[in-house]
Write a protein that binds this ligand. Structure first.
Ligand SMILES: [Zn+2]
Length: 401
């Protein structure tokens, strides 16, 4: 039995005036997701346990079959695992965003999605001036970086910058025990970045310069029970982002790096599909994660988000489903998203999302896929929630539901 999960990060939304008061899932041309919903079983799902923030970390942990109420120590330790950083005893990992703040307003959580080429020298300058014994800046992807801090502060209250876009930052700065150490590091980064040639060139070109680092999502190393032990399954997690790759690493699954997988709408969809289908030739599990719809939600671009969802349907869901049918082996397919990233908020919510499952092969002649469609959006089942993923997914992976 092949078990396959296809996750479009942040696809869920609310009605958008620019889409005729439809959500992107309603406005998008998504025949494959609607056909899977029609041929299979459709649910409205809660993906975030009560009391947890609607982060991609908590929600993807639940979709992968782990309950964050048992297994969670912060976002950065998961990303550290995904980046191959081995946290030692006493180490705390912190997410380090390159942000643009002006007049105390969080203008941009990604500094205009700065490229790796420009981010790296900035991070090296921070490491050179602020790095020390037991405190290391580790380069990540684009605006996402990490700090490994031995005996660092793990308990301050911190805030994801992508959830406070356009807002005054004073109420969202690190608070509580150890927050002064984080604030000192954030403050010290301003001068180093302000005079850096890369930033001067960005400002000259009219690009968004990095004005400081923003620290959040901290925690000690996370241990997860292995997937083989928990579900008797081997397989892959295919993703462009260190967070979801980190979950795969901690679960003991393979995490192939796909050339050209960017986490943006121009990602290498075909490369990701190939990596998943290749793995399913010799193993029984694949988790394919596409980040682009979420980034479009944070950018507040309804049209681009609709396009990202259509690309996910046409270049990930359709080819994988078709190939599973062609191969003719028994499979269980699940399509959903980890949370909503409403355009009107440009941030995450824990509102319920549609989730469809299908058991195959359906045995159509020449592996033809059924054409009947049904709605796959936030308004199914009259808004009545059918399941909580963080409790239900383990039973689904085990074939008990
Ligand atoms: Zn997400």
């Amino acid at each position: 039995m092949k078990t396959v999960l296809l996750i479009g990060d942040g696809m869920g939304d609310r009605p958008c005036p620019e889409l005729g008061d439809r959500t992107p899932l309603q406005a998008a041309a998504i025949p494959s997701m609607r056909r899977i919903a029609a041929a299979g079983t459709l649910y409205l799902a809660d993906t975030v346990p009560p009391g947890f923030p609607p982060g991609s970390d908590v929600a993807n942990l639940g979709l992968l079959g782990y309950d964050a109420r048992e297994h969670y120590s912060g976002r950065a330790p998961i990303e550290a695992a995904g980046a191959g950083i081995a946290l030692q005893a006493g180490d705390v990992a912190l997410r380090c965003n390159f942000v643009h703040i002006a007049d105390n307003i969080m203008v941009d959580y990604s500094s205009g999605h700065i490229s790796n080429e420009e981010a790296l020298p900035l991070l090296e300058a921070l490491q050179a001036e602020l790095g020390r014994e037991g405190l290391t800046f580790h380069p990540g992807v684009q605006y996402r970086h990490l700090i490994q801090w031995n005996e660092g502060p793990s308990s301050p209250v911190t805030q994801p910058p992508h959830d406070i876009i356009g807002q005054e930052i004073s109420n969202y700065l690190p608070q509580g025990e150890g927050s002064d150490e984080l604030l000192a590091l954030m403050e010290a980064s301003k001068e180093i970045l302000a005079k850096h040639p890369v930033n001067l060139a960005r400002a000259e070109r009219g690009d968004v310069p990095v004005t400081q680092i923003w620290l959040w999502g901290q925690g000690p190393a996370l241990q997860l029970p292995g997937y083989q032990e928990l579900y008797g399954l081997e397989g892959v997690v295919v993703t462009a982002v260190d967070l979801v790759r980190g979950l795969g690493v901690l679960a003991g699954l393979d995490t192939p790096r796909v050339e050209g997988a960017t986490g943006l709408i121009d990602t290498n969809y075909e490369g990701k599909v190939e990596a998943a289908l290749d793995a399913l030739q010799h193993s029984d599990f694949a988790y394919v994660h596409v980040e682009a719809p979420d980034e479009c939600g944070h950018m507040g671009d309804a049209k681009l988000k609709t396009e990202a969802i259509e690309l996910f349907d046409a270049r990930v869901v359709a080819p994988i489903w078709q190939e599973l049918e062609k191969r003719g082996e028994p499979y269980r397919l699940l399509v959903t998203m980890d949370h909503r990233t409403p355009i009107e908020l440009r941030g995450h919510t824990a509102e319920p999302v549609p989730l469809a499952t299908l058991e195959g092969p359906l045995g159509g002649s020449d592996a033809a896929l059924p054409e009947a469609e049904t709605a796959f959006d936030e308004f199914i089942h009259g808004g009545q929630v059918d399941l909580r993923t963080y409790e239900w997914i383990p039973a689904w992976i085990r074939g008990e539901v």
